[in-house]
Design a protein around this ligand. Structure first.
Ligand SMILES: CC(C)(COP(=O)(O)O)[C@@H](O)C(=O)NCCC(=O)O
Ligand SMILES: [Mn+2]
Length: 911
């Protein structure tokens, strides 16, 4: 393993840089002010105060009476309070089935007062329009999925009441009394009729009934088009996500297994026909099962089947053929010849059979039957794809395998059974969409982000626990949940393979002792609707793009990262708690965060695909999301400030040194500088250990000194040739470069800013692309302008470019930079990337980044997260440079066949 010993000599490592870290305190940036917005915002959205407007059930309108602008009226997109908007916003839809009530509700994003002047400046500069989004002012928000047993409808009513969902959500319901008498909630399923009076009586709302089939199809179409990892196959214990081509979705067969089974041929949006069905469905399993086993609930019955052996009940081919296969017609000895058939030849009573065996026999009988009828129906209509939904499946591996087996067996591999992660929520989603007003059907896959918060009632433990209002309740729930045993068991992993090869099926074997009662609910997150997200326009082929370099479906890989992230946890909790003042409340939240994140990790270890396709980037993002869930906004804030300050203190010397070099040496020194400064990464165990051994500047110098070429991946010469030309052969400078920056401190100040400065000097516009939200010690777009302003005090190029980019005006700075001149400068801008993770999925970036990308012809991705964990293999339409120091031994071996602290400089001209 390569080592990075600290230099004995505390003198300068990079020639000329003095150790000013502790000596020089920086002055505040009082001389720099942001340019004020002209104030000419779009006015067409301004509410007309006073009059109320007509509302219709199908064409939604907003009640803008008594509307007022919250915060500064000068803001371009001020937050608008709609105090009377209550009954008409479709916050809630219901699917009240025979067994379960499914509920989808919408919560708006809390509007942050928009006071980010950088954002306004860049919006103007890049000409970002709000497109047609303003016609759906409530669109940005979250969709939550919850379910209750129909027998416990009172809990469902309490839940709706406590969240004030019946009168448009807590934020717009200002009375303590019951809901508005005019309130209408879209509902589907038989219970929409049966319980209409109860809803009116208890909540004062009317249920607007939507057709069940319409809803099922609308829900399925939406999910299949809009959710990336919605459909999957499940064969012999293996789950594999299927990439659905939106343009090649129809026709398909939708099999919805509720109490009964409907088979629907879907030809398009709103174009379908119920072509078949069977009365032998989930209700049959539950009903017959309870009669035969005395089980009280569906889940109890399902759990029982885990320990069952159906051979004591079912008559198998082997029972008839003396233990032999009937190979001539392709039947193995273990194939069921007759479900429950064995019981006729024995003179036993019901009590003589194990309930476990009965449950399994019944489950197999019903699942096979549904699989077989589905296949025959698909065959009848020439359909190749069959999607199964409905709560009978419950994310239960054995049920899915049985159905898949039947489809495969009877179709001889021609047809494929696919399952849906939101299997039970199709109808209710369709009902929700029938409001039309959200524009949900216009949403694209890149505008939906699924998150998995660790909050009851929709994850873990009992689904129908008390609704959680605030963080305290959530933490209490966490504590209770964790006391019950942290293990979250997966929906029955199978030991593969289970077939005998001739069409038989062995007994399911479960790793976990118990089957979690709400497996399917745990596989469903909260759907964030973010209309401002876009696909990065410079991706060479968005359809082929896969952000993750490390796929965690490989168990060894997952196990390694599980261990690494678990080991990192105590230190992270300390930092997070300290960042919130170390109060008792912060400690409690820190503890809850650690438990929640550990529980997620444990869950994913059990079933890596539980939340969709899992890559390392998803795990790293989950950690950040989890911190935010427990209100740790910026755990590394003080570290970032300290490192920024220390690095800014030595920047002038570095700039002077760079300016004294010839062009070629300078270009190399700049790239070396980026790679060396990328060592400041608080997410890497090895680096954090290193930081105890020296000051920031010592470590930076040491890192510079170790920069020896050739790097592990070294395309520098090709890059240099593009930048500086070779001999007479000169290239025009790039028009615009997007620099995806990484860490605070030396990384941004001594690495990326000097590189940006070089590009600016050469006439290239520079856009610094930084995180929207904090993640580890990554610099954010909000923090960057102040850093740039501080750096600009020492550099005329940066100052003029930052001014030109609208980052600062009135910067009466005495620059110490030698390269002063008064010619107009190309702009330096800052845009947010739309994410809060150390990695970046370029399928979902901010609209401002997408706008900035339109004129860009060079991308520089920096750091492990953005250039290695994600995007190492990404291809772009323009030139791309990927720069990172590999700060993890295993990764170095795996990705570049090298060692920790090796460097990657990968240059790929436009493809
Ligand atoms: C989280 C990170 C991707 C951040 O790296 P960066 O993008 O800052 O270079 C990186 O620190 C990482 O992969 N850490 C893995 C854990 C470890 O090696 O300890
Ligand atoms: Mn980072």
């Amino acid at each position: 393993m390569a080592s990075l010993p600290l230099p004995e000599d505390p003198h300068l490592g990079i020639d000329g840089i003095k150790d000013k870290e502790t000596k020089e305190k920086k002055k505040p940036i009082e001389s720099v002010v942001f340019r004020e917005d002209s104030g000419e915002g779009d006015r067409d959205m301004a509410p007309t105060a006073g009059g109320s407007i007509h509302r219709s059930g199908s064409r939604p309108q907003l009640d803008v009476s008594k509307a007022e602008i919250q915060g500064n009226v000068e803001e371009k997109y001020p937050t608008i309070l709609l105090p009377n908007q209550s009954d008409d916003i479709s916050h809630l839809a219901l699917d009240i089935g025979g067994s379960l009530i499914k509920l989808v509700y919408f919560s708006r994003h809390e509007d942050q007062p928009v006071n980010d002047k950088r954002k306004r400046s860049v919006t103007e500069r890049l000409g970002i329009s709000n497109g047609n989004r303003r016609s759906y002012p409530i669109l940005g928000g979250r969709l939550h999925f919850v379910k209750f047993e129909t027998t416990k409808i009172t809990e469902c009513l309490d839940f709706i009441y406590s969240k004030q969902l019946h009168c448009g959500g807590a934020e717009s319901c200002y009375s303590d009394g019951p809901g508005n008498d005019n309130a209408i909630i879209k509902a589907t399923g038989g219970g929409a009729y049966k319980f209409a009076d109860l809803f009116k009586e208890r909540l004062g709302v009317s249920l607007d009934k939507e057709d069940e089939m319409d809803c099922l199809v609308a829900g399925a179409n939406f999910l299949l088009k809009a959710i990336r990892h919605e459909a999957f196959t499940h064969m012999e214990g293996y789950k594999e996500f299927v990439q659905i081509d939106q343009n090649d979705l129809f026709p398909y067969l939708l099999v919805n297994i509720g109490s009964g089974v409907s088979m629907i041929k879907v030809d398009g949006d709103g174009k379908f026909q119920r072509v078949s069905g069977t009365n032998v469905g989930g209700g049959t399993y539950w009903g017959l099962g309870s009669l035969l086993t005395k089980c009280k609930s569906f889940d109890e019955l399902l759990e029982l089947s885990q320990k069952g052996d159906n051979r004591t009940i079912d008559m198998l081919v082997g029972d008839i053929y003396g233990g032999m296969d009937y190979s001539k017609i392709g039947l193995s000895a273990s194939t069921i010849a007759s479900s429950f058939g064995k019981t006729i030849s024995e003179s036993k009573e019901l009590e003589d059979y194990r309930p476990e065996d009965i449950s399994l026999s019944l489950l197999r009988m019903i699942s096979y039957n549904i699989g077989q009828i589905s296949y025959l129906t698909a065959l009848r209509f020439g359909l190749k794809r069959i999607f199964f939904g409905g709560f009978f499946i419950r994310g239960h591996a054995y049920t899915m395998d049985t159905i898949s087996f039947a489809v495969q067996f009877w179709s001889k591999g021609e047809a494929q059974a696919m399952f849906l992660r939101h299997e039970g929520f199709l109808g209710v989603l369709g009902a929700f969409m029938s409001y039309e007003k959200h524009g949900l059907d216009d949403l694209m896959v890149h505008q939906l982000v699924e998150r998995f918060p660790m909050g009851a009632p929709y994850t873990g433990g009992k689904i129908h626990g008390p609704p959680l209002g605030d963080l305290n309740e959530k933490i209490s729930w966490m504590e209770k949940f964790v006391r019950k045993g942290t293990e979250i068991t997966a929906p029955v992993p199978m030991i593969p393979p289970g077939t005998t090869g001739l069409g038989g099926f062995e007994v399911p074997s479960s790793k976990g002792g118990t089957l979690r009662s709400d497996a399917s609910a745990l596989n469903v997150g909260v759907l964030h609707l973010v209309p401002t997200l876009d696909v990065f326009p410079l991706l060479a082929d968005p359809k082929m793009y896969e952000p993750n370099t490390i796929d965690l479906s490989d168990h060894n890989e997952l196990e390694y990262w599980f261990t690494v992230l678990s080991a990192h946890l105590p230190d992270l909790v300390d930092k997070a708690v300290a960042s919130e003042g170390g109060t008792d409340d912060a400690k409690r939240r820190g503890d809850a965060f650690a438990r929640a994140f550990s529980a997620h990790l444990a869950r994913l270890m059990e079933e890596p695909a539980a939340y969709g396709k899992l890559g390392l980037a998803n795990l790293l993002e989950l950690r950040e999301e989890c911190l935010r869930e427990f209100q740790f906004i910026d755990a590394y804030r003080s570290i970032k400030l300290r490192e920024n300050e220390a690095s800014l203190a030595v920047l002038p010397d570095l700039l002077m040194e760079l300016d004294s070099m010839d062009e070629k040496t300078r270009m190399l020194t700049l790239i070396e500088g980026v790679l060396a400064a990328n060592i400041f990464d608080w997410g890497s165990r090895a680096c954090v250990d290193l930081y105890h051994k020296g000051t920031i500047i010592e470590i930076y110098r040491m890192s510079r000194n170790k920069m020896q070429r050739p790097w592990r991946v070294d395309d520098f010469d090709v890059f240099k040739e593009r930048m500086l030309g070779a001999g007479e052969n000169k290239h025009p400078p790039h028009r615009r470069a997007l620099l995806f920056v990484d860490n605070s401190g030396a990384d941004i100040v001594l690495g990326m800013l000097p590189l940006a400065r070089e590009l600016l000097r050469r006439g290239t516009e520079v856009v610094l692309v930084a995180n929207s939200l904090p993640a580890l010690n990554d610099v954010t777009a909000m923090e960057l302008p102040a850093i740039v302003a501080e750096a600009a005090k020492h550099c005329d190029i940066l100052r003029r470019a930052a001014e030109a980019g609208g980052l600062l005006v009135d910067a009466m700075i005495n620059t110490s930079d030698a390269s002063k001149n008064n010619s107009p400068s190309v702009p330096l801008m800052v845009v947010e990337n739309g994410c809060g993770s150390p990695c970046i999925d370029l399928r979902q970036v901010s609209s401002e980044l997408a706008a900035a990308a339109k004129d860009a012809d060079l991308i520089i991705l920096e750091g492990m997260g953005r250039a290695l964990h994600t995007n190492l293999n990404a291809c772009f339409k323009c030139d791309a440079l990927k720069l990172a120091m590999v700060k993890n031994q295993r990764l170095a071996e795996k990705l570049v066949n090298g060692n920790i602290y090796d460097c990657v400089c990968k240059y790929e001209p436009a493809s």
